[in-house]
Design a protein. Structure first.
Length: 208
């Protein structure tokens, strides 16, 4: 019998606002996380995908595959969260359908959104796609803000649907440690058992 698989897709804002100490702290924390994942979880249980959005087209750095222990992130301008989320939802849907065809057991996929706010596009299109997805392939979304930059008016619909949680004081290492622990908990929980987030475990790194 195949091991139940978890798909995790990281959506990373690498726009010009993510620079200096913020960029250094985030990239170091993310690569620590990827190294931990590569050394801890088997590819039969966990697949990671990474998409950066920083230009007019999202850049897919890593498809759902065995995790690399380090990724060099590009940093440009024009973050396009809506268009990127639409593409990521399509990629998740495609990969889940492949698992279904292969009779592979899987958990509900996760999308981890790491945004620095400011500009978005096509948020409504992405939300409409999310709403129309079959329950079997619809992912769980975890939207985070990398700083106190405000969410643009174009993303208000998205924010109302799933509230962004701000990571305070560049505490990205703590956020990624929390994510690693959450993945471990999910992989040790029966696929038909719903997980409940313990917000107290996030208090040290989220803005109240």
């Amino acid at each position: 019998m195949n091991q139940t698989k978890l798909l995790v897709h990281l959506m990373i804002d690498t726009s010009a606002s993510v620079e200096g100490t913020k960029r250094d702290a985030f990239e170091s924390a993310m690569n620590n996380f990827l190294e931990y994942v590569a050394n801890t979880f088997h590819a039969a249980a966990l697949e990671i995908a990474i998409t950066c959005y920083d230009d007019f087209e999202p850049q897919r750095l890593s498809a759902f595959t065995t995790v690399e222990s380090k990724v060099d992130l590009p940093y440009e301008r024009f973050p396009l969260l809506g268009r990127t989320l639409f593409n990521v939802l399509s990629n998740v849907e495609k990969r889940v359908n492949e698992l279904i065809i292969d009779n592979q057991s899987y958990y509900k996929p996760w999308i981890i959104i790491l945004s620095d706010g400011i500009s978005y596009d096509k948020a409504d299109d992405a939300l409409n796609k999310f709403s129309s997805m079959d329950f079997a392939v619809k992912p769980v979304m975890f939207p985070f803000l990398l700083s106190s930059n405000k969410v643009n008016e174009n993303a208000r619909t998205f924010e109302h649907h799933k509230h962004f949680v701000e990571i305070r004081d560049h505490r990205y290492n703590q956020m990624f440690q929390w994510l690693g622990d959450l993945i471990k908990t999910r992989l040790n929980t029966p696929v038909d058992q719903k997980m409940t987030l313990n917000k107290s475990q996030m208090m040290e790194w989220i803005k109240q």
